[in-house]
Every structure is written in structure tokens, then in C-alpha cells.
Ligand binder design. Structure first.
Ligand code: SAM
Ligand code: SF4
Length: 481
């Protein structure tokens, strides 16, 4: 999400005459886009801010800004204690960067950390940074209304708001025309995406970029498809509300040659309607990131997650019913307030039951202002948190290795993204399930390139990647026929 936000910032600054450079040493302005999710993330940023002192010593004109969640959470501290910082801008205030930079130009410090209920940066076309030219992020909503007890996001990124589906589809089509082959739709809780056309009419735009395309679905006709077809024959997009399933379908139909991913689902809100749309369209990747956080219903209650272990496992079963080939990953927190050995054992047993393809695993880190910080003691000793985290990591390694081994012998469609880090004679890409697949650089006398879809027979696996032999180039990927 920060990468995506930085691309919006780059777009705003490009209009002011700024261009991105590769190294901070070459810059007149350095903006650090920051994360507050765990103490460790903030610590890393504070170190980076200190490093700016030596850059400023060499380049007196250099201006340094802090953007994002830490700007929101620590504005006074940053402005008062970090002399090197000239500018502090929260996640909803990027449009004011030009005025703030004018102020900084006169030698003053500038700050804007106002949160907004409306800002989605909807119509801003992001400038892609560090791009591989193949995959891109598209933000579909901002903020979060969930108030999970451990989480700082609602405090730093504000209330949840959804972006106009027209501008989302427009951005995806624009990416397609620029040669991109995959988009990841981003939101803290994509399942609560909602756009109401009564107060926010979805209008047909004259802009070619925002015209939706027409496609055909594999089985049955979804509501969005009818709406899209209606639009194509000159009508208006007639959906009273667009939910996440509708949006996914709209995007799948509008850019049928493109792969679509999304993140993040919330177990309490993930609907069968979304799963049915995923199953229906070949170009929607068969991969779901479904953060569980804990396998214990008691802990989940104290986390204010809004679901139980049983509910979560039923959601997993529903994914498997709709898409037996779907990969599932998760987030897990070890050592949350009051977590007992038995709660921890519940997490390990849930992991064994689900068999995740991949997981992001963290030690609980108390965050100021959150419900957990106010209500519960951070009472699990660090050594115990560390031991539990290691057990979770070890269990995940076994599970990842098993899942990956299960792909050996199968033929997967792989979108090539770049040259393998380990060997210049190999390329890497991803299958629909989001596993990394390494393939040889050449197929007979054809040079394979990033952006190509190929079929690869999986020949071997590790816990982290697959090796494949290319059996052919996919001329027309996922036609949704
Ligand atoms: N919105 C997503 C969700 O609901 O799962 C993810 C949000 S957060 C940016 C990513 C992950 O960071 C969370 O799923 C959680 O596992 C972890 N996380 C959040 N707050 C944390 C904390 N205080 N300590 C440790 N991990 C935390
Ligand atoms: Fe944080 Fe929960 Fe919102 Fe995710 S859903 S961002 S964990 S409050």
C-alpha cells in the first residue's frame, strides 16, 4: 500500500516538475513513506531519518520529508526531535504537497496530517516507480473501520472509503494499454468495498480510458457483466451499489487479458459471492490472503476480529468448495496479550488443518492508542513470544514445502516478471497461486521475456519456489471462455 501511495505522490510531484531519481544521494527532495504497524518498522524508519543527516551535510539544499503512518502518529516528535525533517505529511494530505513544499522552500517546516473521510486520490494516475512493467498495484479503498484491538491502522489511515469503480477500471485499462499484465487491487479490507450510485452516481465517462470493455463469462452471467454490456450499448452503468464481488467482475471483464489479484480479505466479511466470481473468471488468480491472526477463539475475541476459529475454518472450506486449486496464505501474530500455551497450540493445530501455502508471521508489538494497549497487558515475555513465533515459522516451512511439492508434475500458466536473482540464464514468474516459478531463459531458439505468459511443467520444488520447464508460450491468456 505504501508503494502504491508513493506512486500517487510521484504523480502529484511530477506535475510540479519533479522527476524520480534512483539514489537518495542524487535527490533535492527525499520523502520517506513510513509504516507504524509494528515498533520494529518505526525503528527502521527512525534510523533512515538519522542517515539523512549525512546526506544533508553534503547537500545543504536537500529537503527531507516524512510521509504516511508515522507522520500521522508522531508528527510533533518528528518535527521537534528530528532537526533533519523539514516536512511531515499524513496519508490523506498528499494533494497539499506542492503548497507544503513552497513553505519548506522559504526555510520553514511544513506539516499536514489531516485525515479525510472522502480522499481516495481516485482520478490521479500514479507514476509507476521501480516498475518491472508487468505487474502493478491499484488502490481501491483507503483507511479501515474495523478496529482490531492490536492494530494502529484505523488511527493512522483514518475511516474507510471506497474509490469510484469507474476510475479503478479506467486505471486497469490504462495499465493494460501500457503493456502491464497483472494488477493487484489493494485495500485493508477489500470485502467491505462499497460504492453507492444513489449518492455517488456512476456515470459514463467520455474519456476513452474509462470506457469499460465487454467480455464473456465462463458460466452464467453476473450482474456486473450485464451492467458492462449495458454500458457498451450506450446505456449508463446501472448498479445501485457496487460491492467487491461486482468490482472484481467489472475488472475481470474490462481487462480480460490481464491477471487480477487482490489483498486483503477479512474472514468476517469474505462472501461466497466473491468466491463465485473468482471461480468464474480465469483471469482472476486462484490465490487468497486470509489473515487468521490466531487459531484460538478466545484470543480472536480479545483481538476484536469478529469471527471464531470455527467461522474461519468454514470460510476456508468454502474457498476449497469453490476453487479446489486455490492457494491460501495468512498473517499470524504470536504472543498476543493473555495468549496461553493452549491458545498457541490452537494456532498450530489450525495451521495444520488449513495447510497454508505461505504466511506472514509476527511477534505481537504493542501499539500506542490501540484498544489492546488501553485494555490488556502486553504480558507475554519476549522470550516466550520468540519461541512461539519460531514454532509457527517451523510449522509453516513444513506446510509450504508440502503445498509446493503437490504442484510437481502439473502444468501451470506462469506470467514472467524478470530475471532470476540466482542465475542470469533463468527467469522468474508466478503461477495463478502466487508461487514463484523459475524457468530457463530460452525455449528452443526463442528468448523468453518479462510480460510473457508461458506454460511450465513443474519439475521440482522447495518451500519458497518452484522450478519449471516451459512447454509453450500462451498466445492468448485467459479468454474467460
Ligand atoms: N488489513 C489486513 C487484515 O485485516 O488482516 C492487514 C493489516 S496489517 C497492515 C498486516 C498484518 O500485520 C496484520 O494482519 C497482522 O498480522 C500484523 N499486525 C498488525 N498489527 C500488529 C501488531 N500490533 N503486532 C504484530 N503484528 C501486527
Ligand atoms: Fe488493522 Fe484489522 Fe483494519 Fe486489518 S482489518 S487494517 S488488522 S484494523
Amino acid at each position: 500500500m505504501n508503494v502504491s501511495d508513493s506512486e500517487v505522490v510521484a504523480s502529484i510531484l511530477e506535475k510540479e516538475g519533479y522527476t524520480p531519481v534512483q539514489r537518495a544521494e542524487d535527490a533535492d527532495l527525499v520523502l520517506l513513506n513510513t509504516c507504524s504497524i509494528r515498533e520494529k518498522a518505526e525503528y527502521t524508519v527512525l534510523q533512515r531519518i538519522n542517515e539523512m543527516n549525512s546526506l544533508k551535510a553534503r547537500n545543504k539544499g536537500l529537503k527531507v520529508g516524512v510521509l504516511g503512518c508515522m507522520a500521522e502518529r508522531m508528527r510533533e516528535e518528528l518535527l521537534e526531535k528530528k532537526k533533519v525533517v523539514d516536512l511531515v505529511v499524513g496519508p490523506d494530505a498528499y494533494r497539499t504537497l506542492p503548497e507544503l513544499l513552497d513553505k519548506v522552500g522559504t526555510g520553514q517546516k511544513a506539516v499536514n496530517v489531516l485525515l479525510s473521510r472522502e480522499e481516495t486520490y481516485g482520478e490521479i494516475v500514479p507514476v509507476r516507480l521501480d516498475t518491472n512493467g508487468v505487474t502493478a498495484f491499484v488502490t481501491i479503498m483507503r483507511g479501515c473501520d474495523n478496529m482490531c484491538a492490536f492494530c494502529v491502522v484505523p488511527f493512522t489511515r483514518g475511516r474507510e472509503r471506497s474509490r469510484d469503480p469507474h476510475s479503478i477500471v479506467g486505471e486497469c485499462r490504462d495499465l493494460w494499454t501500457k503493456g502491464y499484465k497483472e494488477v493487484t487491487l489493494l485495500g485493508q479490507n477489500v470485502d467491505s468495498y462499497k460504492w453507492r450510485s444513489d449518492d455517488q452516481m456512476i456515470r459514463r465517462s467520455d474519456d476513452q480510458n474509462t470506457k469499460l470493455g465487454v467480455g464473456s463469462s465462463k458460466s452464467g452471467v453476473g450482474s456486473s457483466q450485464l451492467a458492462v454490456e449495458q454500458l457498451a450499448v450506450g446505456g449508463s452503468l446501472d448498479l445501485p451499489t457496487t460491492d467487491f464481488a461486482d468490482l472484481l467482475e467489472l475488472v475481470a471483464l474490462a481487462v480480460p487479458g490481464m491477471r487480477i489479484r487482490y489483498s486483503t480479505s477479512h474472514p468476517k466479511d469474505m462472501t461466497d459471492k466473491v468466491l463465485a466470481v473468482m471461480a468464474r473468471y480465469d483471469n482472476i488468480c486462484k490465490y487468497i490472503h486470509l489473515p487468521v491472526q490466531s487459531g484460538s477463539s478466545d484470543v480472536l475475541k480479545r483481538m476484536n476480529r469478529g469471527y471464531t476459529r470455527e467461522w474461519y475454518l468454514e470460510r476456508i472450506a468454502s474457498i476449497r468448495r469453490h476453487m479446489p486449486d486455490c492457494a491460501i496464505s495468512t498473517d499470524i501474530i504470536a504472543g498476543y496479550c493473555g495468549e496461553t500455551d493452549s491458545d498457541h497450540a490452537d494456532t498450530l493445530s489450525l495451521m495444520a488443518e488449513v495447510g497454508y501455502d505461505m504466511a506472514f508471521m509476527f511477534k505481537y508489538s504493542e501499539r500506542p492508542k490501540t484498544l489492546a494497549a488501553r485494555k490488556y497487558a502486553d504480558d507475554i515475555p519476549d522470550a516466550v513470544k520468540g519461541r512461539r513465533l519460531q514454532e509457527i515459522i517451523d510449522a509453516q516451512k513444513v506446510s509450504s514445502a508440502e503445498r509446493m511439492a503437490g504442484y510437481v508434475g502439473q502444468v501451470h500458466e506462469v506470467l514472467i516478471e524478470g530475471v532470476s536473482k540466482r542465475s542470469s540464464e533463468h527467469l522468474f514468474g508466478r503461477n495463478s497461486q502466487n508461487s514463484i516459478v523459475i524457468v530457463p531463459r530460452h525455449l528452443d531458439d526463442i528468448d523468453l521475456r518479462p510480460g510473457m505468459f508461458v506454460h511450465a511443467r513443474i519439475s521440482s520444488s522447495t518451500a519458497g519456489s518452484l522450478q519449471g520447464e516451459v512447454t509453450g508460450i500462451v498466445e492468448e491468456a485467459h479468454t474467460n471462455e
